[in-house]
Design a protein around this ligand. Structure first.
Ligand code: ADP
Length: 469
């Protein structure tokens, strides 16, 4: 696997969780996986083993000296060291600005993955993730197409979020030593006059996948395709959706050390204590204990539907309910949440920041989890919510549609304030029958979205790719 993130080494979102959890889960299917991740400045090499000293990567006239470390003895995670490119504070940029040499950083990364495969592992499948690794299939199918080392090697490209594409000016092509033939439309990396790294994956990989069956269908439509729906439709025969799993060792209320009281489907008592704690932590009045408490944990970006919440905030609180939100992201959306809280003090409370402990306490203490995403490739928080008996209210899109059912939560289809309000009202109405509500909580808590099923699906896909179905 080649990925720009893998938990716990480098994480900004769901991609890292997937690449961190899938390799160990694949082991039980007999698949041997090695993961290559850039060694960013934040990754400590103490305890790591230097396994290859000098792996020079030539891109046109430039030479980049890289080395490979194994994260720990016996670990499937390997780190690509090239201080000049990766030993920086951020993964992709700093202070809201992308690094100006990202095209080089991830071209070198892709080439180094191929070079490492040549000297360290005999690779049957290169499983590439998101735009940062898109050039790999393109290099493999052009520059290395007759290289005997890679004869029979297959590529799988997984899209975790089509909204991030890695677009660069056409002038970078010689700098990253991409054959001009890979740029040529149709079927190349050209995208409205720019070089698109994600298209390297979409056009040149042997197989494509994304992180839920519904998102796999949606990205082939103009509404969700970000301009790539045509390219994806042309490859629909090799495109599948495999739902992400979640790590229940970290996200289970019966063992979670980060919440004030543990609980389970057979003993819900602790959840009440978690709610009391959360109400106090956010400075809400004690009356909130008798009414529905809505929780939100989110990146504050246009993807996550904050504009809908803001549109109907007044009508929401008129339902005599309470809202706690944790998130960080675009200043514009942070401002939006802060102004909602200012307008409805004692009803809507907001914390800005990235706080894993608080994310757990919100999952545990809220009654309802709200996720009105504009689009959602898979989504993890609604799945965590199910396990914590926090009934999800979601927009029926992507992975949200695939993981939430009528018996476990509430869905709305249209991306609009009134549609969101309708679903929340249905949930508030259902909440008044506490016995039925607890049944719904328990049904959600018993759902199983562990990695086993996802890993089995990936393993089967690998086998199909190698013609060993
Ligand atoms: P995305 O990958 O689009 O951000 P997901 O729902 O797939 O959305 O995954 C988000 C992950 O990041 C979850 O594990 C969630 O708990 C975590 N997360 C997001 N925002 C915050 C935050 N402000 N504080 C703590 N954890 C957060």
């Amino acid at each position: 696997m080649v990925s720009s993130e893998a938990a716990p080494y480098a994480k900004t979102g769901g991609l890292a969780d997937v690449v961190g959890a899938l390799p160990p889960a694949l082991r039980s299917f007999g698949d041997e996986v090695t993961v290559l991740v850039p060694r960013y400045g934040s990754i400590d090499l103490k305890g790591a083993r230097r396994v290859y000293d000098s792996l020079p990567i030539y891109l046109g006239p430039a030479r980049y000296d890289t080395a490979v470390y194994q994260a720990a003895e016996g670990s499937p995670f390997y780190l690509l060291d090239c201080p000049r490119l990766y030993d920086r504070k951020g993964f992709y940029g700093e202070s809201g600005m992308d690094y100006p040499d990202n095209h080089i950083r991830f071209a070198v990364f892709a080439r180094a993955a191929l070079a490492a495969a040549r000297v360290l592992f005999r690779t049957e499948i290169f499983h590439c993730h998101d735009w940062q690794t898109g050039p790999l299939p393109a290099y493999l199918r052009t520059m290395f197409s007759t290289d005997p080392t890679f004869l029979g090697a297959k590529t799988l490209f997984t899209i975790h979020n089509l909204g991030y594409q890695g677009l660069f000016p056409r002038s970078v092509l010689p700098e990253v030593a991409l054959d001009p033939s890979v740029y040529r439309p149709p079927g190349g990396m050209e995208f409205f006059g720019k070089v698109s790294y994600i298209k390297g994956g979409i056009e040149f990989a042997d197989a494509l996948s994304t992180v839920s069956p519904t998102y796999a269908r949606e990205i082939q439509t103009p509404e969700y395709g970000f301009g790539l729906d045509g390219a994806l439709r042309a490859r629909s025969e090799v495109l599948t959706g495999i739902l992400n799993g979640v790590d229940y060792r970290e996200w289970s209320p019966d063992v979670d050390p980060l919440i004030p009281a543990q609980f389970s489907a057979s003993d819900l008592g602790g959840k009440q204590l978690c709610k009391e704690h959360l109400v106090r932590e956010f400075g809400l009045p004690p009356e909130a204990m008798a009414r529905p408490l809505i929780g939100i944990v989110s990146r504050f970006t246009p993807q996550k539907g904050a504009d809908l919440i803001a549109e109907v905030a007044g009508q929401l609180v008129a339902e005599d309910l309470y809202v706690v939100a944790l998130g960080t992201g675009d200043p514009e959306y942070e401002e939006l949440f802060l102004s909602m809280a200012a307008e409805h003090p004692g009803r809507i409370a907001v914390r800005l920041g990235f706080d894993n402990g608080l994310a757990h306490r919100i999952e545990a203490g809220a009654d309802i989890y709200l996720m009105p995403s504009r689009y959602e490739p898979c989504g993890l928080n609604q799945i965590y919510s199910l396990r914590y008996g926090t009934v999800p209210v979601v927009r029926a899109t992507g992975g949200l549609d695939d993981t939430i059912e009528e018996e476990t939560g509430f869905k709305f289809a249209e991306y609009s304030g009134p549609a969101l309000l309708g679903a929340v009202r249905a949930a508030v109405e259902a909440y008044t029958n506490q016995e039925a509500w607890r049944d719904m909580m328990r049904r959600g808590m018993q759902k199983d979205f562990s990695w086993k099923a996802s890993a089995a699906a990936y393993s089967a896909l690998y086998r199909r790719l190698l013609g060993r179905a």
